[in-house]
Design a protein around this ligand. Structure first.
Ligand code: IMO
Ligand code: MG
Length: 427
């Protein structure tokens, strides 16, 4: 029995949802540990496509416990919308559990997210406008409202009223913006609280007890390594810790409870939002990848920026996450090209490096060094064995393993649950 942490190795949207859905079959618990409804995890099952933002992607199995951990920032309105969506689709979500320690996204967080972005002008980060950054700011300022606060009417009224008047003061007097109606906010959050109450628990205690009892536990990362607040392309990052270490912070278990770390990498690279991107393709190939892979944000619908696979990034991800295994998604999307490229290093002023830089400004001035490999056929979505993949697709994966020094144990060849190649079972 074991624990697996699943993380994004790039800038998010690596296909984490489809691998969580796949691995969840053998897990007892699936746990989100950071981020909020900025995440968009797509799961295709039973011929239907679902987009999840807060609820873990293991929810499609009836007998699993799906936990929203304490490191997550929860917009209760978005959570209830997702619960209603599942209900309408006939999905039983009675296994949902919500950490009483999780922070709550309030309406002013969304307002501030938009104001901060507008004020940044050309330097805007391209956030999802879901209030994620401002919610984590309040958590760090120690004025955040937690799910446990919503569970107690008296505490909820006191906290909302005190924070609301402080936020209104800044909104009205500094930003010349609209104030929030305190009574309305309290009424709305009271209604949300009543709807989510049956699911709220001490999640840290549950997770630890299950690990102690020998259950298989899967931790579902949102976003990706390069969006990590410490280790990503700061300031073009999110405000949480999507790296494997974030599991300890965001669930309350210790590092010794983690057995394996599975990094998810797309067979190419995408990024949504602003910031440096060395292998970005602003040409027909980039467009072809975007159209073939339907590379549009699951949360905001924005077109994703596309480019070749970058193993400088993957090596960095292997290091900062302590990856034990890799899964490569979207091998089908990369099929059909005459040749494909892998970035193996960055060049600047005649000097070559394969170490991911500290400053995004450096990254912006690097040129990619590519290895060119022969492409493979379009039609691989029916293949279930690695040895049956076209030889060039196998070579591509083997080259990634050589460069990154982490074994590729799973491959995605299509969006559906069964369209996967499994070389090693983790649970
Ligand atoms: P999943 O879980 C891709 C990006 C935003 C923006 C930056 C900061 O689907 O992989 P935020 O709203 O978090 O303050 O925005 O982070 N971003 C994502 N990009 N996938 C995601 O999640 C993302 N969540 C946030 O586009 O650049
Ligand atoms: Mg996504």
């Amino acid at each position: 029995m074991s624990t697996v942490v699943l993380v994004g190795t790039q800038w998010g949207d690596e296909g984490k949802g489809r691998f969580v859905d796949f691995l969840a079959e053998k897990a007892k618990l699936v746990v989100r540990f950071q981020g909020g409804d900025n995440a968009g995890h797509t799961v295709e099952t039973g011929g239907k496509t679902y987009k999840l933002h807060l609820i873990p992607s293991g929810i499609f199995y009836k007998d699993k416990t799906n936990v929203i951990g304490s490191g997550v920032v929860i917009n209760p309105a978005a959570l209830i919308e997702e619960m209603d969506m599942l209900k309408a689709a006939g999905i039983d979500y009675s296994g949902l559990r919500i950490s009483a320690r999780a922070q709550v996204i309030m309406p002013w967080h969304m307002a501030f997210d938009k104001i901060f972005e507008e004020r940044l002008g050309d330097s805007a980060l391209g956030t999802t406008h879901k209030g994620i950054g401002p919610a984590y700011m309040d958590k760090a300022e120690r004025i955040g409202i937690r799910i446990c606060d919503l569970m107690d009417d008296k505490i909820m009224y006191e906290k909302i009223s005190s924070v609301c008047s402080k936020k209104n003061d800044i909104l009205v007097n500094f930003y010349k913006s609209e104030a929030f109606d305190e009574k309305q906010v309290i009424a709305d959050y009271k209604a949300y609280a009543d709807k989510i109450r049956p699911y709220v628990i001490d999640a840290a205690d549950l997770i630890y007890s299950e690990i102690e009892n020998g259950a298989n536990v899967l931790f579902e990362g949102a976003q990706g390594t390069l969006l990590d607040l410490n280790m990503g392309t700061y300031p073009f990052v999110t405000s949480s810790h999507p790296i494997a270490g974030g599991v300890c912070i965001g669930t309350g278990i210790g590092p010794t409870c983690i057995d394996m770390v599975l990094g998810i990498a797309k067979a190419y690279t995408t990024r949504v939002g602003a910031g440096p991107f060395v292998t970005e393709l602003n040409d027909k190939t980039g467009e072809a990848i975007r159209e073939k892979g339907h590379e549009y944000g699951a949360t905001t619908g924005r077109p994703r920026r596309c480019g070749w696979l970058d193993t400088v990034i993957l090596k960095y991800s292997a290091r900062v996450n302590g990856l034990t295994h890799l899964a490569v998604s979207r091998m089908d999307t990369l099929g059909g090209f005459d040749e494909v490229k892998i970035c193996t290093g960055y060049k600047k002023d005649g000097k070559i490096t394969d170490v991911f830089p500290v400053k995004w400004e450096d990254l912006d001035s690097y040129e990619p060094i590519y290895e060119t490999l022969p492409g493979w056929s379009d039609d691989i979505s029916h293949i279930r064995k690695f040895e049956e993949l076209p030889e060039n697709a196998q070579k591509y994966i083997k080259r990634i393993e050589e460069l990154v020094k982490v074994p590729v144990v799973m491959l995605g060849v299509g969006a559906a649950r069964e369209q996967a190649i499994v070389r090693k079972e983790l649970f």
